[in-house]
Structures are given as C-alpha cells and as structure tokens.
Design a binder for this molecule. Sequence first.
Ligand code: SF4
Ligand code: SF4
Length: 361
Amino acid sequence: MEILRFRPIPAAAVYFGLTRRCPLHCRHCSTESLMDSEQYPARMFLRFAETFTEQNRPELTLMSGGEVMLRPGLVRDIAERARAVGSRSYALSGLFFAQKPRIPKAVRAAIDSLDHFAASTDRFHEEEVPRADVFRVLHELLDAGKDVSLQITGEGPDDPYLADITAAVRREFDDRVPMLVVPLAPVGRAREWMGQQPQAAYPATAAPCSLACWPVIGFNGQVTSCGNQDVMDGKVPLPAHLFLGHIAHDDWETVKRKALESPMVGAIRTYGPEYLMERYAGEGNCEGYCQTCWKMSTTPGVKEGVRALALLPSTIATRETVERISVAAGPLGFARRFGVNGYAELVTLGGAVERDLACAG
Ligand code: SF4
Ligand code: SF4
C-alpha cells in the first residue's frame, strides 16, 4: 500500500535492475533470464546510489532482477546507502533459495537490510519453487518481524489458479501478507505462447501512462522512464524520449530532472501515447499502446507538436490535475487499474492496514 501510494508521483522512486541472471527458468519470465545472462559491475550501481543525498533522493529505492538475491551484498549496500539519506528500500525476489532448509546467511542479511521484501509466486514460479517452500520462507521472515508481500501474475479474473493461490495465502498467513495480483503480459518468454496485445481503438482516447513515473535502471545501467522490457533488451531501437541517462556517468539529480522536465515523458504521463500520436500524426499510426510510444520520437510532427503542447497553460493544468486524480485514487485505485479484476483489495492485507487504521484512530 505504501509503495503504491507513491506510484503516480513522478520520480518518487527509482527501480534498480541489479542483474539479468537467474537460476530459475520460469516459462513467463519477462527478462528471459539465464545464469549466463548479462551482469554488470556492482560498483556502477552503488556509485549511482551514492549520488542520493538527504536533500535529493527518491522516496523509495526498489531492486529487482533477474534474481536480485544473486547479489545480496549489493542489495545490502544499496539499501544501507538509501536508508542513510532517508530513502526506503524494497526488493523483489523469485526465491530461488527457498529449497534450502534455511535462508542462506548472505541473503538473510540482505533481506534484513530492506524496509520491505516482496516475493514472486504464480503458476510458473511454482513449477520451479514449490509453494510449501515459498510459504516456509515467508513464515521465517514474518516471524522475525519483516514486512513481506507477494506479487502474483495470472491470466485474468477467471484464472482458477489465482482463486486457489490467493485463498491459500490468506489461510496460511491469516491475512498478514498483502498480494499484488497483476495480469500476465506477452513479454519475454511469455510472448512465445501468448497472443498479441489488442490494437488501439479509434479515435484514440487520452489514457495516461502511469508507468512513465519512476526511472528504471536496466541491468546494463541504462536508465529509461518506464523500464519497458523490449526497450531494455534492445528489441526495439531505444526511443530517444524514453532515455533518461546512464548510471555510469549520470547522477540521481540529472536523471530525476530529465524524468520531471521532459515534455514527451510528461505528455505520455498526462495523455498517453495513442492520443498524442493521433493528434500530431493523424489516424492510422497507432499500433498498440507501447508500440505507439516507441515511434513517437521518429514520427514526423509528433515531437514538435508535443513540445508546443507542453508549453500551454492548459496542458500544465491538465498534467497537474491528472497527477492529483491519480494520487487521490490511492493504492487501491492503482491496483484496480493495473491489477486483475476482483483481486485489487488484496493489497490492503497485512500490517500497512493496521498501521493506517491506527493512524486514522
Ligand atoms: S524468478 Fe523471475 S527472473 Fe527468475 S526466471 Fe522466474 S520470472 Fe525470470
Ligand atoms: S507507453 Fe511508453 S512510457 Fe508508458 S509503459 Fe509503454 S513504452 Fe513505457
């Protein structure tokens, strides 16, 4: 809940992709991770975290992979650096270590250094790591007082797996573990066996992209405004408007400034790519939400049109209103918009609700 509360706020968080490697082989893996996938020097990531200051740092420092716990020392170093300047930390793991009788010491130290630990589990993860092992690790962490949550993907509201796993988690942990249930996307390995995304309907309506809010650092140090996997993987040429810098030479202040001041990124957050494409390039140029976004810098007239649009007082007022509405919708609003229908309320489980109620009281 606390993380999702920040989700619509531009540059309120930064996402580190610390490695592309992973020992598991999930059939839906968006990063197509293997144990010999790319991994860049730890120093590059730490150097960037060291550019956070008390006056200028993200509220949240989020870490993922590949499998982030293949680099437990780096997770700990970044979490400690974040805490030193007032940023809270989170990591998402596929729990490759869960089949060991105890959490390995270095991994446990990394988890202990975090403010929040999230684990992925779903039908595909369960083929790699049995549910009982996931539950055992979560029990061990909960018993030690750690805030934990689960991220679960499913194939829609009628997916019987989702009904089964969410009921099992609620029973097993007595509603102490929040769950973010999101739809499976045809990205990475999942693309091989999933259908294509639906095409845009015309005329294209304004549909703000909330994912263009938090800078995402790829496993290679490249920073983009949303972390779109095809862009990170170089499967599509890097759209100039999504590039925010590189952590080998840019600092947080520079990346944050670009994220906040880029007219294109601001317009995508406010109107979404299809509306902008249709407005400045005409009908017939949209090919799906992100696919349309990828072409915005190279489609004649769009960049210039968006630059002029960004200067209008009405655009500034619209952008501020969209941000205000998104913040007001709160964590549940985000979960309802991006999660699987019928499962949004599961983000309210756990300690966060108790704390909120205590505050309200
Ligand atoms: S645990 Fe995550 S990174 Fe690893 S194979 Fe599964 S989906 Fe990919
Ligand atoms: S619309 Fe653009 S900014 Fe938003 S998620 Fe897709 S590629 Fe990223």
